[in-house]
Ligand binder design. Structure first.
Ligand code: PMP
Length: 406
């Protein structure tokens, strides 16, 4: 795969750009990934040649875009190996997918006094929707903690689950610690006690092979923009038998079967959860991103990215004063760190002037920060188009920045 990286990089126009007259080193892939030409060109081509609203017309263009839109559903269905195509629902992102489940699963299955478990390392979008549900239904949020290496303390799970527990919401990979969580084990424990599980795949889907049937999760959610696709598109996978029992999240066109002023009946899956005109052009372009990833092969991607992370970890530890935040045994593509008492934002600002894009702050994971009693980290996150040379540049520039700040 390494020999192909040069060629792969040519597919991503932004990687050819200069920042402050320097080659861009883009290490902010956990926030969003860059897009290959095929995705960018598809968006432009569809607006130029095929634009027409989906599902509503009998004319050529409408049928054309409807077919393309539904083809993406088919591709995602195969990509994550869901049992049925209609288990794939398009949303505008991970955040909306979780809000949909929190609302709609909450309406169907959660009542006063019930309990919901989230982990201590969740992104805010996998905490706050559950908190709102808890307020609405007067139920309780319980927290599965992690240890100082950043690994979930799975042995606590058995104690946390009671007969009132309705759902566990946990991330597959932490966006701040890089921890790859043992989601299969969590799901096994939960299911042995009749508890449903939502897996936040926002940082998992782009780095590792996902088979939702093997994983046996009840819900799996992710965003297209983190797997080389467009912004404004997300996926909610849910088991059909559960989705069928959940009421609609939003209402309007497309999600209905029949409307009268007396009563409305709802459309079948997946349309019941896709009210209004969907972001069909971006959904259509999203399919190209999945084909692109499939062409390289997710196993090749994982192997190469693991190597990047291992190399970056080795190199960064040679710098005096570095503390890595998140030292789990199984990690993926995320390297979070602090440097003595230097503010992460200062490091990020100086690196930026050197053409190196990293992210600093709490990464929308304040509870993870509270665990370490820190107010933020600097985070480099990798994708398959990054190179060992870029990591060398990052490390040298980081050393320089630290020297300047000391
Ligand atoms: N969960 C995790 C683990 C994430 O990393 C992110 C994005 N940083 C989200 C959820 C939210 O994703 P989005 O903003 O695309 O909805």
């Amino acid at each position: 795969m390494e020999t192909d990286i040069k060629k792969i990089r040519q597919d991503f126009p932004i990687l050819q750009e200069k920042i402050y007259d320097k080659d861009l080193v883009y290490l902010d892939n956990a926030a969003t990934t860059q897009k290959p030409d095929i995705v960018i060109n598809t968006i432009s081509e569809y607006y130029r040649k095929y634009n027409s609203n989906v599902h509503r017309g009998i004319h050529y263009l409408s049928n054309f875009s409807t077919t393309a839109y539904e083809n993406t559903r088919e591709t995602i269905h195969k990509f994550i190996n869901s049992k049925y195509k209609e288990e794939i629902i398009f949303t505008k992102g991970t955040t909306e997918s979780i809000n949909l489940v929190a609302f709609s699963f909450g309406e169907a299955f959660v009542k006063e006094g019930d309990e919901i478990i989230v982990s201590e390392m969740e992104h805010h979008s996998n905490i706050v929707p559950w908190q709102l549900l808890a307020e609405r239904k007067k139920c309780k949020i319980k927290v599965l903690p992690f240890d100082d290496s950043g690994e979930l303390i799975i042995s606590e799970l058995e104690n946390l689950i009671t007969e009132k527990t309705k759902i566990i919401a946990v991330t597959q990979v932490s966006n701040v610690l890089g921890t790859v969580n043992p989601v299969k084990k969590i799901i096994e424990i939960a299911h042995s006690k009749n508890v449903s599980v939502l897996i936040d795949g926002a940082q998992g889907i782009q780095h590792t092979f996902v088979d939702v049937q093997k994983m046996d999760c009840d819900f799996y959610v992710f965003s297209a923009h983190k797997i080389y696709g467009p912004t404004g598109v997300g996926v909610l996978y849910g088991k059909k038998e559960i989705l069928e029992k959940m009421p609609p999240y939003q209402s309007g066109g497309e999600m209905i079967s029949k409307v009268t002023f007396e009563k409305t009946t709802f459309n079948e899956l997946p349309y019941k959860f896709e009210a209004g005109t969907p972001n069909y052009i971006d959904v259509i372009a999203f399919e190209k991103a999945i084909h692109y990833v499939n062409d390289i092969g997710i196993h090749n991607i994982k192997k190469y990215e693991d190597k990047l992370l291992e190399y970056a970890t080795e190199q960064i530890l040679k710098i005096d004063g570095i503390k890595i935040i998140g030292e789990a045994k199984h990690k993926s593509s995320v390297l979070s760190f602090t440097v003595n008492d230097i503010h992460p934002a200062d490091i990020g600002t100086i690196l930026d002037k050197m053409g190196i894009a990293i992210r600093t702050g709490t990464h929308c994971a304040e509870t993870a920060m509270q665990h370490f009693k820190i107010n933020g980290t600097a985070r480099a996150s990798f994708a398959f188009y990054n190179t060992l040379e870029e990591i060398d540049k990052f490390i040298i520039s980081l050393e320089k920045s630290i020297m300047m700040l000391r």
